[in-house]
Design a protein around this ligand. Structure first.
Ligand SMILES: Cc1cc2nc3c(=O)[nH]c(=O)nc-3n(C[C@H](O)[C@H](O)[C@H](O)COP(=O)(O)O)c2cc1C
Length: 354
């Protein structure tokens, strides 16, 4: 089959198969394995300190000479936040952790550590990054100008046609259309009700409006999904959940095991971990936060508040208190090497689209 298209030529890749950036899961080895296989690996760095971003990019470059993307969280933190909401949640979580044998240090509201994409941008430029994808919004005009000045190619995440149009107007080079099936955070950024459109409905409507390369994301787990996305007119697919159980995934053994047994109805959208809507597997933490009835701080305040808990739980390989982001079809993920998962995706697609 003919894999090449305008997007593969622009990205300098063989297959229009992008490994989704997955903060906390994607390792430099995973990124490199996909890029070395002829796809586009994506390194997530949302919220990480600049020195960590530099080190991760260096690690990827040591493992591959092929193109890869770096992924940013491009949003403006809320200027208003409620200390009482933060403190009440902190008290509740300290009690909950204590009752479950987890000793997580409390977080100081006045020094919530979080690194904006604005302080990460100079690092990307200095490292010679050529491809950037972003989610949770978009860079401001200054950011776009800087990225364009350095000839960095930009992929923005949209969860509705309106968001796709906004990204195109601002200067994105391609749109990642993220359906409601997708694992992890919703990329949604316009005010109003959270868009909940499925990939099948979203992709063709976005294509018809923006008339530019559109990348389909959400629920694609095998060759059938890739073929379907191609039929809908997508220039590429971006798959995340397919790699959750890969050898190169940073998920702990119990986390990987928990994902092995999930079905189509086992994920839900929640704000419990970060304050932003994200899709993951229900566990004790989500159930208890929801049952508490307490208001949840906005992103990144709730995210920072729950980070120490997730860190301690991870170290104990405890799946009750970590965020197990996963898409609606994540139960199909295989515990193979990233290269084998990628090769199988290519093989299955070629069987369907000779
Ligand atoms: C564990 C996990 C973490 C994710 N983290 C990010 C991220 O850091 N940046 C981002 O743009 N998207 C992130 N996503 C969303 C993916 O980019 C993509 O939209 C999604 O994986 C596609 O749906 P699928 O999981 O059904 O393949 C994440 C998804 C998962 C499953």
């Amino acid at each position: 089959m003919e894999w090449k298209n305008e997007l593969t030529r622009l990205l300098g890749i063989t297959y229009p198969l992008i490994q989704a950036p997955m903060l906390g899961i994607t390792t430099p080895a995973m990124v490199a394995a996909v890029s070395n296989s002829g796809g586009l690996g994506s390194l997530p760095v949302g919220g990480l300190p600049p020195e960590k971003v530099t080190a991760l990019i260096r690690e990827v470059k040591a493992l591959t000479q092929q193109p890869f993307a770096v992924n940013l969280f491009t949003y403006e933190p809320a200027s208003w936040h409620d200390r009482k909401v933060f403190d009440d949640m902190q008290d509740f979580l300290q009690f909950l952790c204590g009752a479950n044998g987890l000793a997580a240090p409390p977080v100081n509201f006045d020094s919530v550590p979080y690194y904006s994409w604005k302080v990460q941008l100079p690092v990307l430029i200095a490292a010679g990054v050529k491809y950037v994808s972003f989610t949770f919004g978009m860079p401001d005009a200054e950011g776009f100008a800087l990225l364009k000045e350095h000839k960095i190619w930009l992929m923005g995440t949209a969860t509705s046609v309106e968001e796709a149009v906004a990204l195109k107007t601002a200067g994105a080079d391609a749109i990642i259309a993220q359906g409601i099936e997708a694992g992890g955070h919703r990329g949604s950024f316009l005010p109003g009700e959270l868009p909940k459109t499925g990939t099948m409905a979203l992709v063709p409507q976005v294509i018809d409006r923006v008339r530019m390369p559109v990348i389909a994301a959400g629920g694609i787990m095998d060759g059938r999904g890739v073929a379907a996305a191609k039929m809908l007119g997508a220039a590429a697919v971006q798959t995340g959940s397919i790699y959750l159980r890969a050898h190169e995934s940073a998920a702990t053994p119990a986390h990987k095991a928990a994902l092995a047994g999930i079905t189509d109805t086992d994920t839900l959208l929640t704000r419990a971990f970060s304050g932003r809507w994200a899709r993951g597997v229900r566990n004790t933490f989500i159930t208890e936060v929801e049952a508490s009835g307490l208001p949840v701080s906005g992103y990144p305040y709730q995210d920072v508040l729950t980070q120490p808990i997730r860190k301690v739980a991870r170290e104990l390989d405890n799946t009750a208190f970590i965020n197990m982001w996963a898409g609606q079809a994540a139960g199909k993920a295989r515990a193979w090497s990233t290269a084998d998962i990628f090769a199988e995706l290519v093989r299955e697609t070629e069987l369907l689209l000779p």
